[in-house]
Design a protein around this ligand. Sequence first.
Ligand SMILES: C[S@@+](CC[C@H](N)C(=O)[O-])C[C@H]1O[C@@H](n2cnc3c(N)ncnc32)[C@H](O)[C@@H]1O
Length: 198
Amino acid sequence: MRYNLASYVYEPINTLLEKPTGIRKARRELIGKAYGKVIELGVGTGLNLPLYREDVEVIGIDVSEGMLKKAERKKSPAKVKLLRGDARSLPFPDESFDTAVSTFFLCVVPEKERVLSEIKRVLKPDGLLLTMECSPTRNPVFWNFLRGLSSLTSKITGTDFRIDIGELLRRNGFEVIEEKNLVNGAVRILVAKPSPEP
Ligand SMILES: C[S@@+](CC[C@H](N)C(=O)[O-])C[C@H]1O[C@@H](n2cnc3c(N)ncnc32)[C@H](O)[C@@H]1O
């Protein structure tokens, strides 16, 4: 329900913020790395859909009907299928995707360990996880603001800047192969792959 409500304001706010902060350009670069069969978790209003290459096949999953309705209107060069579902329990066989995409999703979703275990299960062992997430910033003034904001937003939309996503990925069976910061570190871009099982 709260994501259905959020679907009305999410895109206007993002359209305003993403270009000047460099997030829009970073989305394009990140999504350009997607290959083969792609699962996008928490696809939202489909901001990434126009950015996929035409040779990929994307399944976008989201719990919110409101978000998915907006995503349905997006044009994409790729072949896209949208599905209502919960990333904590993905309706796909093991090792069925080459790429998993999470933008501003892991920093929002509850039960992150369970979600990551599902992502790892459905990704091929040589697959890629592409993420762009809210993150703790090293700027002390900005950090005080975002930490305060997170104690509020984590209760409303789940959005939380206090989680170190790189650390979360490493603890949950992923090897981070690229890491970049944006907006003073408040946004982190990580490319990861499943670590080999011990
Ligand atoms: C902050 S939005 C990000 C949307 C999009 N990825 C983007 O980059 O603009 C988070 C999205 O995650 C979805 N979501 C939250 N919990 C979920 C879950 N357990 N399974 C699937 N989607 C979920 C919400 O409905 C919302 O659309």
